[in-house]
Design a protein around this ligand. Structure first.
Ligand SMILES: [Fe+2]
Length: 363
């Protein structure tokens, strides 16, 4: 999550105060439009209720910033120290993660009041101690921590809403900018020994706690994509595994679709060439077969057309195929032309011929 940027020309202390206000407000915007029930439910042990996220990131500022820097510090609620501690052993015990959804008290309104009070108190510290580098570093760490939790809030909420048979939508239109994916390349790496983790000289002073200490690892040869993959470029299969030594686990297998996509593209190109050729050949074949089938009919037509009035004894040739055309030819059923003499009352018109097409069976 990216906070609303403060002006780069501002001194660092006002910039930090603006960033603090922006990040904290962004968390509250994520639950705008959601009900207290939406914020309460824990959809699985690996997820957390949104209410817990909102309280936990606030607990971070209260525990690590206010408790250290605020004169006369008093906690908002002493019970929150355990309820909203995640894994910080040095701070003390934690409420079990799988049971976070069972904590119906404090309710959402009290958690939001907790946030508002801590925001006010941290804001005052930032105004009073503008030159305190340690305070600025801890507040910055807390903001990065909260931004991580904002992503967790969305993934946990997505899992929660997906399980609702009514399929509620979190937002009808997510404000993402359209992205045109670049061609994907695979970059090979020979492997070997490599350094991993935060390097203060190269990366700057700030690092998350899970980025240190820096250490050496041995890498097997591998390839990595030149850009992040989209959902359309791989398939993921997830399957629950029971009875493992460490308890229930989920096996996730992902396979990219390069081979499939390449095969589909080859098939498309082949069909684009083959379909016109095959269609043309089929048309030629149909034309040739039709001509071959109708050839006896044409022969019969030509024979009939050549019969004169005095050749009524002639017969059309019957093909040896024995099919319907052969049977038609052998019925001696013919069309003949007959000259009809002129009627007497029209005898004045002499030497006229009138051809009338008459159909009669000839046996
Ligand atoms: Fe956390």
């Amino acid at each position: 999550m990216t906070p609303e940027p403060a002006s780069a020309t501002e001194p660092s202390a006002p910039r930090l105060a603006a960033a603090f206000a922006a990040v904290r407000a962004a968390s509250c915007r994520l639950v705008d439009g959601l009900s207290p029930e939406d914020c309460q439910v824990q959809s699985m042990p690996d997820a957390s209720p949104l209410k817990w996220h909102l309280a936990h990131v606030t607990w971070f500022f209260e525990t690590f910033v206010l408790e250290r820097f605020e004169p006369g510090f008093r906690p908002f609620d002493t019970a929150f120290r355990v309820l909203f501690n995640s894994y910080y052993q040095t701070v003390g015990p934690q409420h079990p993660r799988p049971s976070r959804g069972l904590v119906t008290r404090p309710d959402l309104a009290r958690v939001l009041a907790y946030r508002a009070q801590v925001d006010e108190r941290v804001g005052q510290l930032l105004v009073q101690r503008t030159d305190d580098a340690a305070l600025a570093e801890l507040v910055t760490l807390g903001l990065h921590h909260e931004q991580q939790h904002q992503e967790l809030m969305l993934t946990d909420l997505k899992h929660l809403l997906w399980q609702n048979p009514l399929r509620p939508a979190y937002a009808r239109r997510w404000p993402l900018a359209p992205v045109a994916p670049q061609p994907l390349r695979w970059i090979g790496h020979d492997g070997g020994w490599a350094g991993i983790g935060h390097d203060a000289q190269r990366d700057g002073a700030f690092a998350f706690d899970n980025e240190g200490p820096r250490h050496r690892v041995h890498l097997a040869p591998f390839e990595i994509a030149s850009r992040p993959l989209s959902n359309g470029e791989f398939r993921v299969l997830a399957r629950s595994l029971d009875g493992t030594a460490t308890g229930p686990m989920t096996l996730v297998v992902a396979k990219n679709l390069d081979d499939v996509n390449e095969s589909v593209n080859i098939l498309k190109r082949s069909l684009a060439v083959a379909i016109p050729i095959v269609t043309g050949l089929l048309a030629l074949l149909v034309w040739w077969l039709t001509g071959r089938v109708l050839r006896p009919v044409e022969s019969i037509r030509r024979e009939v057309a050549s019969i004169e009035g005095h050749e009524l004894h002639r017969r059309v040739p019957a093909p040896e195929s024995g099919d319907e055309i052969a049977r038609l030819a052998s019925t001696s059923f013919m069309f003949i032309f007959v000259e009809v003499p002129a009627p007497p009352w029209k005898a004045s018109t002499t030497n006229w011929k009138r051809s009338a097409r008459t159909c009669c069976p000839v046996k």
